[in-house]
Design a protein. Structure first.
Length: 192
């Protein structure tokens, strides 16, 4: 991970003595204060026929738009998706092309969706797990997608920094998308 943010580190330090339920509720309270974020992740979209891997960057803004740009695969490099109030547009040569309503969860909206789930999702499971030798807080959150269908987001947060490291998005009991965070920074309401 390239970047961390001070408010989440402070929150992590304050939560060291909290029980699991109190800690996850405090994590959600902290993510409700996120105003902007810059993220990079390796995202894999799982379909019935194959898996597609992407490296994406995302500029997230709770008050405006989220802009997701493809870094890999090479043939899609530079393709940009703009998400505003559930409406997805593709950006090409400086022009925004309407793409209609975003699907519940897809590579173009998964990183902003993750932050929304962390802030507002209904907590159904919590625990501690190790992910790639890093102690993590694991949370499973139920959300409702744009279509009204249920989307479950399981997320592993670094216990020390509370920054998301990995997430799985499921619908109808099937993992449809995974995201491994490689960079994360954000500003919160407390920093404004």
């Amino acid at each position: 991970m390239k970047k961390t943010i001070m408010p989440l580190l402070v929150c992590a330090a304050l939560l060291c003595g909290c029980g699991g339920g109190e800690k996850t509720l405090a994590v959600q309270e902290q993510y409700r204060t996120v105003r902007t974020a810059d993220m990079e992740a390796e995202v894999v979209s799982h379909t019935a026929t194959d898996d597609r891997r992407f490296v994406l960057t995302c500029q997230y803004d709770t008050e405006g738009q989220s802009i997701t740009t493809v870094k890999e695969p090479q043939e899609l490099k530079g393709l940009t998706a703009v998400l505003v109030d559930g409406q997805l547009s593709l950006k090409s040569n400086g022009q925004l092309l309407p793409a209609g309503a975003a699907t519940d969860i897809c590579p173009a909206n998964c990183l902003p969706y993750l932050l929304g789930a962390l802030a507002e999702g209904y907590l159904t499971e919590q625990g501690a797990e190790t992910l790639e030798d890093v102690p993590c807080l694991r949370m499973a959150l139920d959300t409702t997608g744009h279509s009204g269908a249920a989307v479950r987001c399981a997320v592993w947060l670094d216990q020390e920094t509370l920054i998301p490291r990995y997430a799985e998005f499921s619908q109808d009991g099937q993992v449809v998308l995974t995201a491994r965070m490689t960079a994360f920074s954000c500003t919160t309401a407390t920093e404004e």
